[in-house]
Design a protein around this ligand. Structure first.
Ligand SMILES: *Cc1c(COP(=O)(O)O)cnc(C)c1O
Length: 402
């Protein structure tokens, strides 16, 4: 849970906040964040333990309930997001699952955008209905579909913008307005934009969800997630659910992520510069049919992206000629950029959505999302852009080789 201490920190910018907020130092006054790798905590007396369980004393009891290192991460994330409170979870999917399932019950209705991360899509389309919760999927860029779906009482809305893998941009403010009219809580999976480039709460969202596995760790080491919202919702709705179902983050992973957060803005900005360079190169490369990057004026929602986000992000998608064969030839020719379905890493990665992350959905659904056999998603890292371009040239060469 978050507490804001009064300090000059209120006027600090993101890069400064990431280094200096949230830290709770021990009497040793260590410079770096301490790591409290402990499952339990010791009481002074039997009476103190009893009083703690009567909620008369607030203190650490057990790391499934709370841990000082995890709490530091939660404070840092809440501070960065401008949210009242945060709960860190074991993974990003743990965050999505707990946010949704803590809030809905049998008989409720959930509306979500169709272009969701694979496991989010499974939760909405497969899991919710099993528990008597109606789920409706809409084409996220079509506002009239949201308006129609949100014409009756709805418990929650879940959306992702930019979406995976085609980087569609959804109008968060407009969707939030429709959602609030019918009482729905708006949950935004903000992984692709990262907390550096998009603040869903200021656009009208109620809950922000992260896979901290991505840009926040950013160095491909640990899994983790986070949910941010009002102190009231976190304390009364989410916290009882995560505490009692065991969706808690390891203090070790929290510590690793805190070190990641210290360089988050630096990394995301440098990666975005590289992504822009790569997108522009690919747009003119022979054999490349299409490039999708929110920062380019040829992106179908470019204007909305520029209004809603303060940067274009570290992911791009492109389509090569020759379908799956072309895409595989391109990817296999790369020597620097690795084939991996992770994203937000300091290392550049490519994946072929049609045969990996989006292999399980139907051909019709894939077509609806704009994912073709020739589509490649690239998560751009921190390498020198000249080396990345040289690598992409190998892919282009393989594509156009006769
Ligand atoms: C990775 C990801 C998730 C899931 O996060 P995990 O940490 O892998 O569980 C959810 N949503 C989006 C958009 C993601 O990229």
């Amino acid at each position: 849970m978050t507490h804001h201490k009064s300090s000059p920190s209120s006027s600090w910018h993101a890069a400064t906040r990431l280094l200096h907020t949230g830290i709770e130092r021990t009497p040793y006054q260590e410079t770096s964040e301490p790591l409290f790798l402990t499952s339990g905590f010791i009481y002074d007396s039997a009476e103190q333990a009893a009083a703690t369980f009567r909620n008369e004393i607030t203190r650490y009891q057990y790391s499934r309930f709370g841990n000082p290192t995890v709490a530091s991460l939660e404070r840092k994330l809440a501070d960065l997001e401008g949210a009242e409170a945060c709960i860190a979870t074991s993974t990003g999917m743990g965050a999505v699952f707990s946010a949704l399932f803590s809030h809905v019950k049998a008989g409720d209705r959930v509306v979500a955008s169709r272009a969701l991360f694979g496991s989010c899509h499974w939760i909405v389309a497969e899991l919710l209905p099993r528990y008597g919760i109606e789920s409706v999927l809409v084409n996220g860029t079509e506002l009239h579909e949201w308006e129609r779906a949100l014409s009756k009482p709805t418990a929650a809305v879940l959306l992702e913008s930019p979406s995976n893998p085609m980087l569609d941009i959804l109008d968060i403010s407009a969707i939030a307005e429709y959602a609030h009219r019918v009482g729905a809580l708006v949950m935004v999976d903000n992984v692709f934009a990262s907390p550096i480039y998009q603040k869903p709460l200021s656009l009208g969202a109620d809950v922000v969800i992260y896979s901290c596995t991505k840009h926040i760790d950013g160095q491909g080491r640990v899994l983790g997630g986070a949910v941010l919202s009002t102190a009231e919702w976190i304390k009364n709705t989410l916290q009882p659910f995560t505490r009692n179902t065991g969706n808690s983050l390891s203090p070790f992973n929290a510590w690793v992520m805190m070190k990641g957060l210290e360089t988050l803005s630096l990394r995301v900005e440098a990666m975005t510069r590289n992504t822009t360079i790569l997108a522009d190169y690919l747009a003119t490369a022979p054999g490349v049919l299409k490039v999708r990057y929110p920062g380019r004026t040829d992106h179908p929602q470019h204007a909305l992206a520029m209004r809603q986000m303060s940067g274009s992000g570290t992911l791009l998608a492109f389509e090569v000629q020759g379908g799956q064969k072309g895409a595989f030839a391109f990817m296999d020719a790369l020597k620097l950029i690795a084939i991996s379905n992770n994203l937000g890493d300091a290392r550049s990665l490519v994946t072929h959505p049609a045969t990996t992350t989006h292999a399980k959905i139907s051909d019709a659904e894939r077509a609806e999302l704009g994912i073709t056999e020739g589509t490649i998603r690239c998560s751009v890292g921190l390498e020198d852009s000249r080396d990345l371009i040289a690598d992409l040239e190998r892919g282009v060469e393989a594509l156009t080789r006769k």
